[in-house]
Design a protein around this ligand. Structure first.
Ligand code: ATP
Ligand code: MG
Length: 235
């Protein structure tokens, strides 16, 4: 049988906050492999460490100890320039609250990351997420669901194969949330690897792999035999 390629390997990640009496482990020895073409959901209650973990994979925050191997090297060891290049080129990140830049247009948001100035590609991606007609609007002129779709277009305008999504439907109503999930499903079907954080069990059923966290630890890592289509997810 062909071995699946490991795209990200997190080894023994530890992240603490506070000190003395107040010391707490946001990540308490987390190890996890993300395989090529996974649709991996990280599931768990509020405060269990999901965002902390995803932020480490995206190099948005630093671990206290542990290794994160991506494309053959440990990104924990990268310095400023290496980190910037990693975030820019190797990882797409989608946030709960979109994180668009508000005083530039939709089109500019999608083309923003240096190295992603491929104009035609940006326009194609906006068309893809159904927002070509909004390209010259500002984010505040868009609904939440539309803003999240701009964020997805931005994340896709990279060479990266990996999309990290932190509660991408958390701030959306059901219909907009579903549109976002459908888009992620399509993107996954086209070959991208998706890691999605949620506390919603129903959404987790879209994944081929469900990893459950509790108190800063991975307590379960299971294959989902009954993947549910985005269309059929209700929450
Ligand atoms: N900057 C910080 N300073 C202190 N504690 C923090 C900080 N960031 C996170 N924590 C703590 O670390 C733990 C994990 O937080 P994290 O944001 O990863 O949880 P989460 O699983 O994403 O929760 P939610 O579902 O509510 O988003 C929580 O107990 C949180 O209070
Ligand atoms: Mg969170």
């Amino acid at each position: 049988m062909e071995e699946k390629k490991v795209l990200i390997e997190a080894r023994n990640l530890v992240k603490t906050y506070g000190e003395g009496e107040g010391l707490m482990y946001a990540l308490n020895d987390v190890s996890l492999k993300v395989y090529e073409h996974d649709f991996l959901v990280i599931l768990g209650g509020s405060g269990c460490g999901k965002s902390t973990f995803l932020n480490m994979l995206g190099a948005i925050d630093k671990v206290d100890s542990g290794e994160i191997i991506v494309n053959g090297r440990d990104i924990v060891k990268l310095k400023d320039k290496g980190l910037t290049l990693y975030r820019r080129n190797e990882i797409g990140f989608i946030y709960q609250f979109f994180n668009l830049i508000n005083d530039i247009t939709v089109y500019q948001n999608v083309t923003l990351a240096p190295g992603s100035r491929n104009k035609e590609k940006a326009l194609k991606l906006l068309d893809r997420v159904g927002l070509l007609d909004k390209k010259d609007k500002f984010p505040r002129q868009l609904s939440g669901g539309q803003q999240q779709r701009v964020a997805i277009a931005r994340a896709l305008n990279k060479e990266s194969n990996i999309l990290l999504c932190d509660e991408p439907t958390g701030a959306l109503d059901d219909a907009s949330g579903k549109a976002v999930l459908k888009l992620l499903e399509e993107i996954h079907n086209e070959g991208k690897t998706v890691v999605l954080v949620t506390h919603t069990r129903e959404i987790a059923q879209m994944a081929n792999r469900i990893v459950t966290m509790k108190n800063g630890k991975v307590i379960k890592d299971e294959i989902n035999e009954h993947v549910v289509k985005a269309e059929e997810v209700e929450w």
